[in-house]
Design a protein. Structure first.
Length: 451
């Protein structure tokens, strides 16, 4: 029996039923007829077999009649989206007909200019936060835009709906294609500091700022250097993009001739740390992966985007062999789906395509990908002390899955055990199966706000 009864807090809720999660030792651990207690702070107070119910009820002072039985439902940890552009959500599902650099100039930059307008931002940001929460994303690592006030608004909306979020005001001082959408180095640094100061001052429980240079092609060495310093001085998270396409890698080489590699451009400016997450990384060399491992930098794998923009295919097995932390991301809107279930499916597809191309490549299993979408994501964002699985002391970030809901998109048969049902949900399920979503013990789906 695991519990934290030494430091006494009172119990808010107790559940009895099936819990599915990942641990360091098991990609999928299924705990049947298990009791889990959530304290008034939203943390997991205990998790134990049902045989301990009487003892637990005495130790923690809850009534056995108050225990909620899950029946055919099960709890799994909330999904962690390690890379999503909230500001691109308005055109998700469209504009997938160009490679990255043209795509940015044609669709992305002209759209992001609109976020000067707070009403426009309020509408899109509310919709993306609600849509991702409804699809089980309990933690999201967001890119906003270069505009500080609307980026603060994204933080406010994530907090209002109860999503755990890292929010980044985007920084960029190079943009030949859409010159109106860039900043001077001074302005970018000043506004980044204002963004961080303002967001921290608001003391949101689970929304934090993240330093966000867009990527090396959009930033001068001077800007990268200042942002590295700001992150270091404030001990902040960092996010950016790396080696998404080969064209981009070639251009970075031309723009930063003094750097040994793309990763070295960021490393030189103190931007690779154990709180850094870099999206894509499709074309990293072995020595760059080693640098990621040595600095603790993690990768956000965004397979829908990589396929949709024909960018490349990340070999996740190779990344894991280098002991680099890795989570999954939707990369809305280069990735067309805001659902992490889609990221799980596209990760499996990409791994299988790599096996078709090279039979020696060992495809990832659904269990391994489940871990990447939950515990792996929490590690990639350095949030693993707070979330990622059902360990005592962590926040209760969880999805209540109903595999037999009346309009379920899949069918369950009597002979099927919980692992098969989990696999069906991951491959065939959707938000209809996600009955309730909890972040730090608070029920955030169904929505509590009347909007
Ligand atoms: Zn991205």
């Amino acid at each position: 029996m695991a519990s934290t009864s030494e430091t006494f807090t009172s119990i808010a809720r107790v559940y009895r039923g099936t819990f599915v999660h990942s641990t360091q030792n098991a990609a999928v651990e299924i705990l049947e007829d298990t009791i889990l207690g959530v304290d008034t702070e939203g943390r997991i107070a205990f998790i134990s077999t049902a045989a301990e119910l009487g003892t637990l009820s005495k130790t923690w002072g809850f009534r056995i009649s108050d225990v909620r039985h899950l029946g055919p439902r099960f709890f799994m940890p909330g999904l962690v989206d390690t890379h999503i552009h909230a500001s691109q959500y308005s055109y998700s599902g469209t504009a997938l007909d160009m490679p990255l650099l043209q795509w940015l100039n044609t669709y992305t930059f002209p759209t992001e200019v609109n976020y000067k307008d707070l009403d426009f931002a309020h509408d899109v940001y509310t919709k993306v936060v609600k849509r991702t929460l409804r699809n089980g994303t309990t933690a999201a690592c967001y890119f906003a835009t270069i505009y500080t006030d609307s980026s603060l608004l994204l933080g406010e909306i994530a907090d209002k709906y109860g999503q755990r979020a890292l929010v980044g005001k985007v920084c960029m001082d190079r943009n030949q294609a859409v010159p109106v959408y860039q900043e001077s180095v001074d302005h970018s640094c000043k506004e980044t500091k204002r963004f961080i100061g303002e967001l921290l001052k608001r003391k949101y429980a689970r929304v934090r700022p993240i330093v966000t240079p867009r990527f090396a092609l959009s930033c001068s060495a001077s800007l990268l250097g200042h942002l590295g310093e700001i992150a270091k001085n404030n001990d902040l998270h960092i996010q950016s993009h790396i080696s998404e396409t080969k064209d981009e890698v070639d251009l970075v080489k031309q723009l930063f001739p003094d750097s040994e590699s793309y990763a070295d451009v960021y490393h030189k400016h103190n931007l690779l740390t154990n709180k850094t997450v870099m999206a894509h990384a499709c074309h990293l060399t072995d020595s760059e992966l080693k640098l990621f491992k040595d600095t603790g930098t993690s990768i956000a794998h965004c397979p829908n985007s990589n396929i949709s923009l024909c960018s490349g295919m990340l070999d996740v097995q190779r990344v894991l062999k280098h002991s680099v932390k890795l989570g999954l991301g939707t990369d809305v809107a280069g990735g067309y789906s805001p659902s992490m279930l889609d990221a799980i499916r596209r990760t499996l597809d990409t791994s299988k395509i790599l096996s078709i191309q090279d039979p020696k490549h060992k495809a990832l299993t659904f269990e391994e990908v489940f871990r990447l979408a939950t515990l792996g994501g929490s590690e990639a964002l350095s949030l693993h002390k707070q979330t990622g699985n059902f360990e005592v002391g962590k926040d209760f970030d969880a999805l209540l899955i109903n595999p037999v809901v009346s309009d379920s998109p899949f069918d369950v048969f009597p002979s099927e055990g919980p692992k098969v049902i989990l696999e069906k949900f991951l491959n065939l399920g959707d938000d209809r199966n996600i009955e309730e979503v909890y972040v730090a013990g608070k029920k955030v789906i169904p929505f509590q706000q009347s909007e």
